[in-house]
Each structure stands twice: as C-alpha cells, then as structure tokens.
Design a protein around this ligand. Structure first.
Ligand code: AMP
Ligand code: MG
Length: 923
C-alpha cells in the first residue's frame, strides 16, 4: 500500500487506478446516500425488524456476567470436515440458499438449544461491496448486519434453513446503514455488561485463494488471530480444501476453554445430525457425543449403599429389643421408652389386624401431634397397612374427600376429633378403645419391603388432590442414607414438628426410632411458633431439626439462638433456599451447626438430593446438590435425553426411591412416572418432577423454577388449578385464575382473580373465602380476591397472567381508625409486620396480607408489649386489631388464655401436652 501510495503522490504513473481518490469519492458518495430517502427506508426496516428483540442472549456462562464486561478473549480452533460442509451446502442450495445460510442456521440452532431462547439475534459482517464500482478499491467496507432468528415452534432444520434464508436475504437488501449509526438511531439500550443488539456473531470467509498479484510485490495471506468483535461469542469460519477451518472466539470473563471445546463438539454433533436428517426437529437434534452422554448418565447416580432389607417398623422393633429402656418419645411431660412405645403400637396393631387391616389396606389417621399419633403410625404399618394422614386442622369437606379417594377401610382417631374423623368409614377411637387385653409382643407375618407404607396427598392441578404412594423400600433407603451420610445415632434428639400430612414428617417420626435416638414431639400448632420451637429445642437439647426456608427465616429472628448448644444439623427443604438466608443461618447459629439443603417431591420418598451449605460457596444460587444413595437425578430434555451441563432441562428422578405413583390414577401416573430408559430393571420408572434444573460444572444440580404453574408458598405445594377448580364450583363464577404475587407486601401470597357469570352479581370476598374454606386447607385460601368483568387474555386466548392488576387493599372494609392505646400500639405492630401504612381496627390480618409466619412476628411484638399471658394460636382466633386489643387488655383472671389443644379437651389418654414455651408468668 505504501508503495502504491508513494507512486501516486509522486505523480508517477501507476498500473492501478488512483485508489485513494476513489476511496474518498466513495466516502463522499456514501455520506450523500445516508442523507437520502433510501437511508430512511432502511432505518425503518431495521426499526421494525428489531422491535421487541431480546436485549441480551442469555447463554449459560461459567461465571456470572460482570457489570462491566472485560476485554479478554480467547479462541478455540476446530474443523468442520469437508464432506459435512459439502452436504450442508448442498442442502442450502437445494432451497436456493448459500453455504453461509446453512452454517448460520446451525449456529442459531445451537444457541437456541443452549439458551432455551426462541428469538435471538446474531451479528454477521458482510463485505459491503454492493456496487461493482467498489470492487477494485482497497479499504474496509465491512458492515455488520443483525440477523434476527426465529426458532419458535420447534421447526425442523430444513424449515429453519428456509427462515434463515429469508432473514439473510432481507438483511442483505438493507445493508447500507452503518451498524453504529443504526444503534444510535434505534436508541438501543446500552449496557456496559454486553455489546448492544447481539452478543453472538458468525462469519464465513469463502475460499480466498492466493493473495492479489501486484507487480514488484509478493503477497500472501497469513492466518491471524481474529481481533475484532471482542465481547462477542463469535464463530469464524474459513473455507479451505479440507472443509471449514473454524474458530470459536469467546470472552474469557464468561467462559473457560473447556466449555468452548465442549460447545464446539456440540455444534459438530448437531451439524452431523442435521445434515444426515434435515427433517429432524431442532429439539431432537443431539448435541452430546456418545461418550459425553454416557458420562452424564453415569454421573446422575448417587453412591451405591447397602441398605437393610427390612421395613421401617422392623428396624424399630430391632432397636426396641436392643435398647428397651432408652427414651423413644418425649412430649411435654410424657416420656415413653422404646419398650413402652413398641408395646403400645403392637397392641393397637393387633386390634387393627383384627379389624381387617393388612397389606395394601389404607388406614386414615386423624390425630393431633402427640405420642398417640406416633404409636398409631407405627401400628398401621406393623399391621401391614399403609397410613393416610388426615390432618384434623383441614376442613371436614377435604377430609371427607381424602377418606373417600383413598378408600380407607378404617380411620384411627380420638373422640375429641369426632367432627373431623367421623363420616363414611368406621373409626377406631384410640382414647376409648381398651387395648390392655392385646399382647404387647411384636406381630409376626411377612414384612414386605415393597408393601405400601403411606399415601400422602398433594395438590392436584386438575382440581383434586392426588395421593402419592410410597413403599417401605424407598423410605428405608432414604432413612438409611441419612443415617449414614450424617452419622446419626442414639445420641441424637429429633424435633418432630412438621404436620404429618407432609412427607418431611416421615423422617422426623421414623429416623430417630430406627437409630435409637429420641423423638421430641412439638405440641399441636407449635410448628407455627418459632419462639416456642426455639425454647423446646433448647430445653430438650435437640440436635436435628428441619425447616422450610420461610420458617427458617422466622426462626432466625428469635433471640437466644446461641443457647442452642446441642444443635448439630439444620435441614432445609420444601422450596428453594435463598443464598442470603443460608448465609444468615450459618452466621447466626453456633458454628457447630451444619446447614443442609435437601430436595425432593412427595412422589419419591421424601428427599432425593442433598447439599451441605458453606459460607464460602461461589456467588450462585444454593444448589440442591447431588443424588442420595441408590437414586439417580437426570437433567433431561423432552425426548428424555441428557442436556449438556449448564443447559436448563427438566429434572427426573430414578432409582429405588421413586414411588409407586398416584393412588387410583393410572392416567396421571403414566404421565408423570415414565419408563426409565437408563435402568436395566424391568418396569423401572423415572418420576418427572416438573422442576427445571441444570448441572453446574462441579456436578451439583441447581433448580430453576417450574415447567408448569405449580407454586411453593412457605414450603407448601400448591397447584393454582386446584384452587381455581374450587372457585369455579361456585355457581356465580364464570372465570377464575389464581397466582402468587408479592406486590410490595414484603411476602408473596395467593391472589384470586374472578369474573362473575353472566347477569349474576359477583359473590362477596367473605362468601368466596367461606366457599373455599369448606374444601381447602387454610394455606390454599387466597389472601386477596379481585373481581374483574372478564379476565385479560393473551393473543392465543389464554389468561394473560402478566396483565392481572395488583389487588386493592381489602376494599370490602371501611377504615376505622384505632382509638384506644392498645389498639394504636397493635395497629402500629401490624403496619410494621405487614409493611403497610394504614391499618384499621376492623381489618382482618389475613385479608390484608398476613399469613402464618407474619403472625409469628406479630406475636413476638404483642407479647413483649402487653402483660397478658398468651400463645400464638390466640392470634389465629383474634384476627382484627380490635379483637386483639380487647384480648390483650382483658383481665386474665376472668378469661384465661387457652390453647387450641386444651380447648378441644384432648388428653383423655392421660398424657400431658407440652407446656414448655410461650406461657409466661404475668408481670
Ligand atoms: P413436595 O412434594 O411438597 O415435597 O414438593 C416438591 C417440590 O418442592 C419440588 O418439586 C420442588 O419444586 C420444590 N422443592 C422442594 N425442595 C426444594 C429445594 N431444596 N429447592 C428448590 N425447590 C424445592
Ligand atoms: Mg419434599
């Protein structure tokens, strides 16, 4: 160039045209064009084309994207072999396309599979020499085009190629607007963390052959590191005799070399499959090599572990024989030894047998949390049957449904619960049944590991709860794994506080009893009261406790946690454990306490994965960890193929803990329990969880939301569909949808949106609440109701959940300001706890955003401020400011505080309930 330019400036004749002048001419010509109409038309084209395009292609990265992107970049070089390149080019040509379009389609397909996005933008440089006059010019005419790729509807590679061809041809026809100018004109959102418009690029250089022939000069092309386009994930390809010489260029602050090597491999696998069968849908194109796939399948498995081949009650019996005098159960002042508990359970089991209980028979158990409950659960399984928890706190309508759906042959209850237990099935009243005549010896008979142990109901999306069946084998595996993993033994003290209608309770009841540890039974309703729990834990030297994350948060607010010196392990499960909460927990509890995040659905024996939390974890969500023993956790795509690490798929569970399915729901069972392609065992099934998940580089699994509408609210599993169905059973309603939202109340809650039937007045909120309360447990009754003329719909006719308005605050009540000092104080506490400004004395705590955990916070404050003796449940009975103020200012001598359990007058069996805790002396 220097030589040419020198000759030109010296006025010497040159064999070539006067280049510099022509280049300047070109610049002037381009400037003129940019001011013209054609330019405006092209800008308009791009404005329309890029409208609503995603700002960021959110590919899974090895490290979180920094707020300010660095400039470091590296390359991974690989080769697309010639036969493959030729086959792809032929495919493209057959559709009137170019080889570039084939590789661009493959690149888009890879980015789509990797990110899960249907709509993505890929940049590509073009030569920019659209006018023949510019051909001999030397200069940088290169222009970048944004190709917005549509991958929706899972097209075949063939179909995608057609889309890419149209996109590319159109882009070529509008290539004159310089990219930088376009970014300015379109006012594209700028961010320091990533380049604008697109973050992925592709280039294909056609065979360049030899360098130009210049007299007196020798010219050749030299391979150079591609320097341009830092900040992008770019695929550069150059044609040569051996196919395509490809370079994957990537920002080093986002990815490691190993990842890029894998991604290049995935691209090759995908290209090969697409070339072999272009009619395959994108979702079915493989990414993994056979080796990679085999490794992922192998790594899905938890460690093998030998597990005793005995059902849980047999393990308990063996323990009772070893340590008959050791303490098995502590409940308030009641203490039962292993021998006593076993004898009691055996007597009841004999009576159950006499009443026909045996293998596969379902027995409803409707009891408050108590030693009788522990004995009853043991008795049902000892008799060979399976228990079905009937929580006495649930409305009678729901209990009737559960009894009937489960086909219980018998209900075990106590006479104070006649309102809940009675009905269709015969009832054995444990408080009235004289069992002294029965033998206290262990029962004989086959102990079948594959026998049904319990049926626990979970919310059903189609409207009715469904019973998940679990056999002894899976549960014993789970118990034995936990015992081994955490070295649990006879010194341990377990707190049983989870309502027995949730499967977490299964380990709380049975794990201590099979290892010879001590089971401390929290008082009924005690599980809602973090202050009480802390006090029992301290008084009973509890070593093992489970919380759902939201309750853990409330628990950590309690004073005196440092006095829990016996505590060793806190288990969190039931919903995602926020990282910040895990850190707070580790910081607040004594250093000897370990925090473990467990995961698992009711359909697969309690929990199937575990993760020990550490305070120095990398800055990512707390993972659910790895599979427990004899269990597999697969992250799969819809074709049940493993997805690559970091890519989001759906979590499937395999192995011994997979339950039997749903009681009397073969259709639903077949849908969720699918044949296990990774198992050699005939008939093995995988449980399809509905949880989105991905593998971290270290092999731990991270959860990433749901594939469906299922929600977890304070650890409770809820299908909005079940609440919607219950709402629609109201004759005045035509439409209903239920969502979870927070709306600045600080805490998420359920909100129901309803539309009344034609010509009918919408039912009042009170009426709807009562209607739902008759069949749903209290945690499924929405906190707010919004009546609309009709529900907003999306273009496709589904309810547009994002267009639902925020609920207005308790519109059905007039504002009555607090007047007495007690009312003012309490209203102030409400405002604090609920995060609201104005509280009226007639407002109902649960209708303006309150829920069971917020009650606990309110309780701590009120109890501090007033001398009245009270327990948490009092605040469930007095739900307005006025009622609470009246309650705390009542003379206690005239109206003593009562707990629900005392009020219901149980304890006929002569047991005293826990009095530890919140009863405080009057000041
Ligand atoms: P359940 O049947 O009540 O145990 O609910 C199981 C569901 O709760 C799972 O499918 C997840 O959606 C959610 N879940 C349970 N434990 C966790 C956890 N540790 N992290 C994230 N989600 C969880
Ligand atoms: Mg669970």
């Amino acid at each position: 160039l220097a030589a040419l330019y020198g000759a030109f400036t010296r006025g010497e004749p040159s064999p070539l045209p006067p280049l510099a002048i022509q280049y300047a001419d070109y610049a002037a010509w381009q400037r003129a064009r940019l001011a013209g109409e054609e330019h405006a038309r092209q800008v308009e084209y791009w404005r329309a084309r890029l409208a609503g395009a995603p700002v960021l292609l959110d590919l899974p990265t090895d490290r979180p994207r920094p707020a300010m992107q660095g400039t470091g970049a590296a390359s991974h070089r690989f080769r697309i072999p010639r036969p493959l390149h030729e086959r792809l080019s032929a495919l493209a040509r057959a559709q009137g396309g170019t080889p570039f379009m084939a590789v661009a389609a493959a690149w888009a397909a890879l980015l789509h599979r990797w990110s899960g996005e249907d709509d993505l933008v890929v940049g590509t440089p073009v030569a920019g020499r659209t006018h023949p006059q510019t051909e001999p010019l030397i200069g940088f005419f290169v222009q970048t085009l944004a190709l917005r790729m549509d991958l929706s509807g899972d097209p075949s590679f063939h179909a995608l190629l057609g889309r890419v061809r149209r996109t590319t041809v159109e882009a070529y026809a509008h290539q004159e607007v310089p990219f930088d100018q376009l970014v300015d004109e379109l006012k594209v959102e700028r961010s320091l963390s990533h380049p604008p418009v697109f973050q992925a690029m592709i280039t294909l250089q056609n065979a360049s052959g030899a360098g130009p022939e210049l007299p007196g000069l020798r010219a050749e092309t030299v391979g150079a590191e591609v320097g341009a386009g830092e900040g992008y994930l770019a695929l550069y390809m150059e044609e040569d005799e051996r196919g395509l010489d490809a370079v994957l260029r990537y920002p080093t602050d986002l990815w490691d070399a190993a990842t890029m090597e894998r991604v290049a491999g995935h691209l090759l696998t995908l290209l090969g499959a697409a070339a072999a069968d272009p009619d395959t849908r994108l979702s079915r194109l493989p990414l993994l090599s056979d080796d990679e796939r085999a490794r992922l399948v192998a790594e899905a498995a938890g460690p093998p572990l030998e597990v005793p081949a005995l059902p849980a009650h047999r393990l308990f019996e063996a323990q009772a024989a070893r340590t008959p005098d050791a303490v098995a159960v502590v409940s308030g002042e009641t203490v039962l030894s292993y021998a006593e508990l076993n004898a009691r359970a055996n007597r009841l089991a004999r009576r159950l047998r006499a009443l026909g209980v045996g293998p596969e028979r379902r027995v409803g158990v409707c009891l408050h949390r108590s030693p009788e409950l522990v004995a009853a659960l043991l008795a049902v399984v000892k008799a060979g049957g399976a228990y079905v928890p009937l929580d006495p706190a649930d409305p009678p309508g729901r209990l009737a449904y559960l009894r009937q759906d489960a086909g219980v042959s018998l209900v075990v209850s106590s006479s104070d619960l006649a309102h809940a237990a009675g009905g269709d099935a015969p009832v054995l009243w444990v408080d009235r049944e004289p069992l002294d005549g029965e033998s206290p010896e262990d029962l004989d008979g086959e102990a079948d590991l594959d026998g049904l142990m319990y049926v626990i109901y979970t919310s059903g999306s189609t409207g009715r709860p469904k019973g998940a069946m679990n056999a002894h084998r899976g549960v014993v595996n789970r118990l034995h794994w936990m015992r081994r993993e955490y070295g649990i033994g006879a010194d341990d003290v377990f707190l049983q506080k989870t309502p027995f209608s949730f499967d977490v309770s299964v380990q709380e009841f049975f794990l201590p009893l099979v290892v010879g540890a001590r089971l401390v039974v929290a008082r009924p309703e005690g599980h809602r009261d973090p202050g009480y729990l802390r006090e029992v834990m301290q008084a009973q030297a509890v070593t093992w406790v489970h919380f759902v994350p939201s309750m853990l948060a409330a628990f950590l607010e309690q004073p005196g946690l440092d006095r829990l010196t016996a505590l060793r392990r806190v288990f969190s499960s039931g919903e995602a454990l926020p990282r910040e909460l895990a850190e707070r927990c580790l910081a607040r509890l004594p250093a000897t306490v370990g925090l473990h995040n467990l995961y698992g659905p009711t359909e697969a024996a309690i929990d199937v994965s575990f993760w020990p939390c550490r305070s120095d974890d990398p800055a990512r969500p707390v993972p659910i960890g790895r599979a427990v023993a004899n269990t597999r956790l697969h992250v799969l795509d819809d074709a049940l193929q493993p997805v690559p690490p970091a890519v989001t798929g759906e979590l499937y569970i395999g192995g011994v803990q997979v339950g039997r399915g749903y009681l009397r729901r073969p259709g639903l069972t077949a849908e969720r329990f699918v044949p296990d392609p990774f198992s050699a065992t005939r008939g093995a099934r995988l449980y399809r969880t509905g949880d989105r998940a991905r593998l971290r580089p270290d092999g731990a699994i991270e959860c990433a939301g749901r594939v469906d509408h299922q929600v977890k609210l304070r650890g409770l599993r809820i299908e909005p569909g079940e609440i919607e169905t219950a709402l629609l059973a109201h004759p005045a309603l035509r439409e209903a949808v239920v969502v979870v939202r927070a709306d600045g109340l600080g805490d998420a809650r359920l909100v129901a949106y309803v539309a009344a039937a034609e010509g009918v007045a919408a039912p009042s909120v009170g009426e709807l609440r009562a209607h739902l309360g008759a069949t749903l447990p209290d945690y499924m009754v929405p906190g707010a109701f919004v009546t609309l003329d009709r529900l907003p719909l999306t273009a496709s006719g589904k309810v547009d959940r994002r267009a639902l308005p925020a609920p207005e605050r308790a519109p059905e009540r007039d504002y009555v300001p607090p007047t007495t000092p007690a009312q003012k104080t309490i209203a102030g506490f409400w405002a604090e706890v609920l995060g609201v400004e104005r509280v009226g004395v007639e407002d109902n705590f649960f209708e303006i955003g309150g829920h069971s955990l917020l009650v606990a916070r309110l309780f701590v404050r009120i109890r501090e401020a007033f001398p009245r003796e009270m327990v948490l449940v009092d605040l469930f009975r007095h739900t307005t400011v006025a009622a609470q103020a009246a309650f705390v200012t009542e003379r206690p001598d005239e109206a003593p505080a009562v707990t629900v359990s005392q009020q219901r007058g149980t304890d006929r069996a002569g047991l005293r309930r826990a009095s530890v805790g919140t009863h405080r002396g009057r000041r």
